[in-house]
Ligand binder design. Structure first.
Ligand code: SF4
Length: 268
């Protein structure tokens, strides 16, 4: 732990030094381990319905285990934190090997996952390497969840089971939801928050969907519903500190006032 702190301090001071001489350097590394995802979310390019085509593409284009290891080594000399995402990173057969390797380089790790495959992994071992998991849970209700993520009921229940496993093993995790026209009700009636607490999440991150330029449909709710969602989230965040809402109030205030935000907000 002491060694980790020294490493972090060294890297942060080198980053500050670079900023002073106006050299921009990253401080957080995001590793997108694979193009493949087992879900079908319509707001995401990885939700591609042609799964066999996606698997073929991932096989041809995903970096190999050794290539990732080399990248981890180089990046760990400069960055203080790492985020592992995909596609769905846990779908890689070498997922644990890569996480172990990154941990060996003393990189703190955040995992972003749809949590549908966590039961295929040794969760106790993973707990040793990962600081926390960002769970992509757009809805806490079966019907909306399946609609937003394009999956069947069994998958929803598998995910809920895996979230319970995270809670039981005290694995730090929080929920991330993309608000679309399919899941607004649970934010308006605030039941999403109750369920998040029940499933062990102390914090939630919420952002409205951004429409994709490459498709001809919109998943954004209508204006009136957007306003009701924003008002309800703001009201909840002012009265409650659990789960903590990680997106600043300003995000929802600006949407209410101007219809959009004037800053980049990353849900993760
Ligand atoms: S689970 Fe995440 S990566 Fe997979 S399709 Fe949905 S949004 Fe994209």
């Amino acid at each position: 732990m002491v060694v980790d702190t020294i490493r972090t301090l060294k890297l942060v001071s080198s980053w500050v030094g670079n900023r002073i001489i106006q050299r921009r350097r990253p401080i957080i590394a995001v590793f997108s381990l694979t193009y493949y995802c087992n879900f079908y979310c319509p707001m995401c390019p990885f939700g591609d319905p042609d799964k066999s085509g996606q698997i073929r593409f991932a096989k041809q284009n995903d970096l190999t285990t050794d290539q990732w290891k080399l990248i981890f080594e180089k990046v760990s000399e400069h960055c203080v934190w790492s985020i592992i995402e995909g596609g769905e990173p846990t779908s890689r057969p070498d997922f644990m090997e890569l996480v172990r390797y990154l941990y060996g380089l003393k990189m703190p790790i955040t995992l972003i996952s749809n949590c549908s495959l966590l039961h295929t992994i040794d969760i106790q071992e993973l707990r040793k390497y990962i600081q926390f998991i960002t769970c992509s849970i757009d809805s806490v209700y079966e019907e909306s969840y399946c609609k937003v993520r394009g999956v069947d009921k069994a998958t929803f229940h598998r995910v809920v089971k895996n979230l319970k496993m995270l809670k039981e093993t005290n694995f730090p995790h929080y929920f991330n939801s993309v608000i679309t026209k399919y899941n607004t009700e649970e934010f308006i009636d605030q039941s999403y928050f109750e369920k998040a607490i029940e499933l062990g999440s102390d914090a939630v991150s919420l952002t409205f969907v951004e429409d994709r330029a490459d498709v001809n449909y919109s998943l954004l709710p209508d204006r009136d519903t957007i306003n009701r969602v924003c008002e309800s989230i703001l009201q909840y965040s002012k009265r409650n500190n659990k789960p903590r809402i990680m997106i600043p109030d300003l995000y929802f205030e600006q949407i209410l006032r101007d219809g959009h935000v004037t800053f980049d907000e990353c849900g993760v």
